[in-house]
Design a protein around this ligand. Structure first.
Ligand code: PLP
Length: 347
């Protein structure tokens, strides 16, 4: 074994169930973008739905199409479009499309027909400045959508936005902008059934941000969206465990090489990092492309199993620990395990 990422489907299912309970009566759309944050989108999509998620979110149309081809028949939401996006394929596959700009509405309506209308969710920018109509552009976008809906080529199913999750105060301000946008749309005769704003952070802590649906992502993978509370604190479980073994290559005295390096997802820039070998925490001394030097535990044998991160309940470093050691967020640690590291699903 060089490195393997063990994916605990049962832990993922328990996390999703916990989020579904937390969000109720709002429903849960589970974000499985970036190949389910590195865990394997096609493997986890059915698990999320069985655990109570009602719908799934990806960034781009091709990922949504791949889910459809794999037989996933729930509501699928994709919102990151370019001028080359294949809206016709998305509409044919019944993908819900997030819409930020007039050109997108036009392109989507042109690709749709009255027999096969496109389902769209209109995006208001509530302060993140990562696409979405600015408040001053919003009435025009809503009017354009209403006119296209009247032709029968589109159905307006949602109004949505995304929070910066910078602070409770920033979230509150964004909620106010969102509510004003909903009121503006209503005044223009547009009242879609799904209003959605929150991801993991506000979805967890702010009931007022939940509206009809919460788009949970990182929390479902066992990583807390908060700096001051771990996933474990929130009752969430690690889903990915990155494992390798002790190598038999000669190492300096009192040190061991383990068979995973930065090309396997071991963060190279971490300060004060540790791995777990036979229940011992072992300090990391150097990360190379395909191997890492660690302080040996007592009486180590080549082939001994090394846990780089995962299973925090068992005293093993978590992805959150590695994020802290690397001055980044847990998302980056999980998605940083490259696709060439085999995923081994259990549970
Ligand atoms: C990534 C993403 C989510 C999920 O965010 P988390 O913070 O991981 O829960 C939800 N909505 C959008 C638009 C996203 O890009």
């Amino acid at each position: 074994m060089t490195a393997v990422a063990v994916i605990d489907r049962a832990a993922f299912a328990r996390n999703v169930r916990r989020l579904v309970e937390r969000a109720a009566p709002a429903e849960v759309m589970l974000a499985i973008k970036a190949d389910a944050y590195g865990h394997g989108m096609l493997d986890l999509a059915p698990v999320a739905l069985a655990a109570g998620a009602r719908s799934l979110a990806v960034l781009e149309i091709p990922a949504a199409l791949a889910l459809r081809e794999a037989g996933i028949d729930c509501r699928l939401f994709a919102w990151l479009h370019g001028t080359g996006s294949d809206f016709a394929a998305a509409i044919a596959a019944g993908i819900d499309l997030g819409v930020s700009a007039p050109w997108q509405l036009d392109a989507i309506a042109s690709a749709a027909s009255t027999a096969r209308p496109a389902r769209v969710h209109l995006k208001i920018d509530t302060g993140l400045r990562r696409n979405g109509a600015l408040p001053e552009q919003w009435p025009a976008l809503v009017r354009q959508a209403r006119e296209l809906a009247e032709t029968g080529r589109i159905v307006i199913d949602g109004i949505w936005s995304h929070l910066a999750d910078a602070s409770v105060e920033a979230d509150d301000a964004a909620i106010a902008v969102f509510e004003a946008a909903i009121a503006t749309a209503e005044a223009l005769g547009v009242s879609p059934p799904l209003r959605h704003l929150a991801a993991s952070s506000a979805g967890w802590r702010e009931p007022r941000a939940r509206f009809d649906l919460v788009r949970f992502g990182i929390a479902a993978y066992g990583v807390s969206p908060f700096d001051d509370r771990s996933g474990l604190d929130l009752g969430l479980e690690a889903v990915m465990t990155l494992r390798t073994t002790v190598m038999d290559a000669a190492a300096p005295s009192g040190r061991s090489w383990i068979a995973a390096g930065y090309a396997d997802g071991v963060p190279a820039a971490a300060q004060g990092a540790e791995v777990s070998i036979d229940g011992h925490r072992c300090a990391v001394e150097a990360v190379e492309v395909d191997r890492t030097l660690v302080v040996s535990p007592p009486s180590v044998e080549p082939g001994a199993v090394v846990t780089v991160f995962g299973e925090p309940a068992a005293g093993v470093p978590s992805a959150e620990d590695w994020a802290r050691w690397s001055r980044t967020i847990g998302d980056e640690i999980l998605t940083g395990v490259p696709a060439r590291v085999p995923r081994s699903a259990v549970g």
